[in-house]
Write a protein that binds this ligand. Structure first.
Ligand SMILES: [Zn+2]
Length: 605
């Protein structure tokens, strides 16, 4: 356990039973933002008021302001290349004030996507401060996680200046956004108004205020009907937009969205995207439905199915895994280039393979739970976010296309690149902070490896106990900021088992997957014993497939608990061999792809 986490337990902000500690706190903000987005003008202008509430026991003399959009500046530290069309001047802060008093904005040249900002008066514990910013930036021609989708379609995300997270185990989050590690956000309340030209629709996170004043009556009626409709309703088409039949005929329409206790807001706007919507029951106890919307270019054939893909994802995730009612009022899948999640929004590419479009939508929507509902620090511990989305993606995939196909895709897409790459960075511990990793190993540490670990603990505990543990962790920490030890300890507590050996084995080691059948001892009349050596060290579940000389066979499943006392060697009793002769034995890992499968077979001589 790193020293900063040890200190949090000492301060009792976190508890060794996995609960938030008696001294747990987190800061929050209230953001009111007015934005002008007037395509084809590429300038996005904002005026923003923040009330920041310091719930910490610390006096804050400085703040840290995140300016993610500066990733577009030439010279910004990036873990990816940037094409000329991606580059802009980044964020311009035109004015800043604290409690109504104008302040000087100074940028230090050695920081990029964040800047320190000194408060004129220290912010005392349990006090609040009002900051305001006027800003503008030019939206980039090339769209990544945000940017221009086409000349009159914009996607706005991570764009407004915000106060970084100040937390109990790390202090100010000063991590640079390098276009690879993702985000870490406070749970804030937002009122965001987007001023857009007439004939533009704006989609976004949160409750759209007074749609009847923004939409023409027929369109507003269809929109209202979608909240109780299972069937996809075409709310607006590109033809209707072209005929100016969709939005209120004002020169500028002000689209206001509100959301509370949410880590971020994202928006899309277009003058020609189709708009579909329906809704789905997500909470059986309260009969709550959630809206599912799609915004897309009519030429994207897969997107014509997107609302139903989204309905299926919300339904399945709410009722199966994680089996917690979808916690938001809606989701919107917006056609872009990112394959990226935002609260209540996904920005997904169009694909010729409609099955893959559904797969990507399911993955991004699964992120609703982690990172957003759970307040995960994605930048440092991306495995607490992507690892779960990858796990839910496999579980829903098994339901969608059957176990065999789903597992084949999972091996191909999430496991093989790790297992068959013996570069040293591939076997760095999963727990390694995201900013200390940079290469292919980072991706595997965030997606495939932790997902296999979560599925291994599911195998170890069985579905019922695993779900109890998962729900315990999620009930305790949703709306908060859990770190990996809060997850480990919540599972220990809820399962009544000390699984520290397992967490260490999977998340804090250099282990990889390689088992071998060492030898088989046969005791005629008594059965046989297979001796398994764990060369790679990871505590994986596996099957032994026994072929008998009479032509029969049997499968003996071993959960990872077989490695609980000795993580290098294990033995499996084969009682079926008492009356029969073994011809051969195969060790099958399934999704746990073995780096050296040549030693996974044994044959009688
Ligand atoms: Zn993801």
């Amino acid at each position: 356990m790193p020293r900063n986490i040890q200190a949090a337990y000492k301060k009792e902000t976190r508890s060794p039973d996995g609960r938030p500690g008696k001294n747990y706190w987190q800061n929050r903000g209230r953001y009111t933002i007015t934005i002008d987005a007037m395509p084809p003008d590429r300038n996005i202008k904002g005026s923003e008021q923040i009330t920041y509430i310091n719930n910490s026991p610390d006096t804050l003399k400085n703040t840290v302001i995140k300016l993610f959009i500066n990733i577009h500046r030439p010279g910004a530290p990036r873990l990816r290349t940037a094409n000329p069309d991606y580059l802009t001047e980044g964020m311009h802060i035109d004015a800043v004030a604290v409690n109504g008093q104008p302040q000087k904005w100074r940028e230090l040249p050695y920081f990029s996507t964040w800047q320190p900002f000194k408060l004129p008066q220290p912010l005392l514990p349990h006090d609040s401060v009002k900051l305001s910013f006027d800003w503008h930036y030019q939206i980039s021609l090339e769209s990544g996680r945000e940017g221009m989708i086409d000349s009159t379609t914009y996607f706005l995300a991570y764009f407004y200046p915000r106060i970084a997270v100040y937390d109990d185990y790390n202090g100010w989050d000063r991590m640079n956004f390098t276009d690879l590690q993702e985000f870490y956000s406070d749970f804030n309340d937002y009122t965001v108004t987007i001023n857009a030209p007439k004939n533009y629709i704006v989609w976004g996170t949160g409750t759209l205020q007074h749609p009847e004043t923004l939409l023409q009556p027929a369109i507003a009626q269809r929109f209202a009907a979608s909240f109780t409709s299972d069937q996809t309703i075409r709310i607006a088409t590109k033809e209707e937009l072209a005929a100016k039949k969709v939005t209120a005929p004002n020169a500028v329409n002000s689209w206001q969205f509100k959301a509370s206790n949410i880590p971020d807001m994202a928006f899309g706007l277009s003058d020609h995207f189709d708009w579909d919507a329906a809704s789905v029951l997500v909470d059986d106890a309260t009969h709550r439905r959630a809206s599912v919307q799609a915004a897309y270019n009519d030429t994207a054939a897969d997107y014509h199915h997107m609302v139903q893909f989204g309905r299926h994802a919300l339904d399945w995730l709410s009722h199966n895994w994680p089996g917690i009612p979808y916690p938001y009022e809606k989701t919107t899948i917006f056609q872009g280039y990112a394959g990226m999640e935002y609260p209540m929004m996904a920005n997904d590419e169009t694909y010729a393979d409609t099955t893959f479009s559904r797969f990507v939508a399911e993955h991004e929507i699964a992120h609703t739970y982690m990172p957003f509902y759970m307040g995960i620090n994605e930048t440092r511990y991306g495995f607490m976010d992507e690892g779960w989305a990858t796990t839910f993606e496999l579980l829903i995939g098994r339901a969608d296309m059957g176990t065999e196909k789903a597992e084949e895709a999972y091996r191909e897409f999430r496991v093989n690149d790790w297992t068959y790459d013996n570069s040293p960075d591939e076997d760095i511990p999963i727990i390694t902070p995201g900013d200390a990793q940079a290469t292919q190993g980072l991706g595997n540490n965030e997606y495939g490896k932790p997902s296999l670990g979560y599925l291994a603990v599911k195998d170890l505990l069985g579905d019922e106990l695993f779900k109890k543990c998962l729900h315990t962790y999620m009930d305790r920490w949703h709306g908060k900021h859990p770190n990996p030890w809060d997850f480990f300890y919540s599972f220990n507590d809820a399962s009544g088992k000390n699984l520290n050996w397992f967490w260490t084995n999977w998340f804090i080691s250099n282990n990889y997957i390689d088992l071998a059948i060492d030898k088989v001892e046969e005791n005629p009349g008594k059965g046989a014993t297979a001796y398994i050596r764990n060369i790679g060290g990871l505590a994986i579940p596996f099957n032994l497939l026994i072929h008998y000389s009479d032509g029969s066979s049997e499968t003996l499943h071993q959960t990872p608990s077989i490695w609980s006392s000795d993580q290098k060697n294990a033995s499996v009793a084969i009682p079926g061999a008492s009356g029969k002769k073994i011809q051969s034995i195969e060790l099958k890992g399934g999704i746990y792809v073995d780096a050296d499968a040549s030693n996974n077979k044994w044959a009688a001589k």
